[in-house]
Design a protein around this ligand. Structure first.
Ligand code: GLP
Length: 244
C-alpha cells in the first residue's frame, strides 16, 4: 500500500495494531507483538501513545518481543534499542514491564548461544507472534538478518554488514563507535508471525524495496523471503515506491 506520506501510513498501521490488541482483550487473550526499532516505526509508536493517552488504549494484555539489539550494548546507552523502545513507547504506556522482551546486549559470550535459543522458545511458548512490525535496511536486512541469512534461521548473533554500520555511523558519531555485532531474531522466527507489516519511507529505500518485492527470493536480499509469507503488507510512501 502506497501512502502519500509516512504520517498517514503510520496512523493506519497503529490503528491495525490497536484493533488487534482490542480484539484480544474482548477474548481475554494476550496479544503477542514483535516490534522494530530504527526511524521507520517512530510515528507508529507516537500514534499508539496518543491512543493510550487520548482514547484509553490499554497495553495490559500485550507481550512484546523486539527484533534485535546491538552486541555488546549496555541498556543505559542512548544507542541501545532498549533505550529507544522505552523512550518512544514503553515509558508512555501501561504495559507490564515483565511483558517486555528485548535481546540483551550484555549477555556473556558463553551464555549467548543458549540465550538465543531461549528467546525463540519463549516466543513459541506464547503461541508465536500475532503481529510483527518491520523496517528494512539498505542491505535488505529485516531485524539484523544481513545478506547470507538462512530462510529458516533462528535468533542468533550476527556480524553487521559494512553498509549497515555506515548507515548507523551518524547517530553513533563515527563508524568506529558502531558495534560490529548484534543479536537478531531469525528469518525463521519472523516468518512464523501470523501477520507482518514492513514499513519503508524515503528515496533511499526505493531500490531495496524493488529488489525485495519484485526480485528473486534470495539470501542476498533477506527481506525477499517475505514473498513466501501469506499475510504480509508493505506500507510505503511515494518515495519508497518509486522504483516499483
Ligand atoms: C536497523 C534495525 C532494523 C531497521 C533498520 C532500518 O538496522 N536493526 O530493524 O529496520 O535499521 O532503519 P530505519 O528505519 O532507520 O531506516
Amino acid at each position: 500500500i502506497v501512502f502519500a506520506n509516512s504520517v498517514n501510513g503510520s496512523i493506519c498501521v497503529a490503528q491495525e495494531i490497536a484493533d488487534l490488541i482490542k480484539s484480544k482483550q474482548v477474548k481475554n487473550e494476550l496479544c503477542i507483538l514483535g516490534l522494530a526499532t530504527g526511524s521507520s516505526p517512530i510515528k507508529v509508536y507516537e500514534e499508539l501513545v496518543r491512543m493510550h493517552n487520548e482514547e484509553g488504549l490499554s497495553f495490559k494484555n500485550v507481550v512484546t518481543f523486539n527484533l534485535d539489539e546491538y552486541y555488546p550494548m549496555d541498556k543505559s546507552s542512548v544507542h541501545s534499542y532498549y533505550y529507544f523502545m522505552h523512550q518512544h513507547l514503553f515509558n508512555h504506556i501501561d504495559i507490564d514491564p515483565e511483558n517486555i522482551n528485548i535481546p540483551s546486549g550484555t549477555i556473556s559470550t558463553e551464555e549467548l548461544h543458549q540465550y538465543c535459543i531461549d528467546y525463540d522458545l519463549k516466543i513459541k511458548e506464547y503461541g508465536g507472534l500475532d503481529f510483527q512490525l518491520l523496517g528494512i535496511g539498505r542491505t535488505g536486512h529485516i531485524g539484523f538478518n544481513e545478506p547470507g541469512s538462512h530462510y529458516n534461521s533462528g535468533t542468533r548473533s550476527i556480524t553487521l554488514d559494512h553498509l549497515t554500520r555506515v548507515d548507523a555511523a551518524t547517530s553513533f558519531l563515527g563508524i568506529d563507535k558502531v558495534p560490529k555485532k548484534a543479536i537478531t531474531m531469525g528469518i525463521g522466527t519472523v516468518k512464523k508471525a501470523k501477520r507482518i507489516i514492513l514499513l519503508a519511507w524515503g528515496h533511499n529505500k526505493a531500490s531495496i524495496v524493488k529488489k525485495t518485492i519484485e526480485g528473486d527470493i534470495t539470501p542476498d536480499v533477506p527481506a525477499s523471503y517475505l514473498q513466501e509469507h501469506n499475510n504480509v503488507t508493505f506500507i510505503l510512501n511515494d518515495e519508497a515506491s518509486q522504483e516499483l
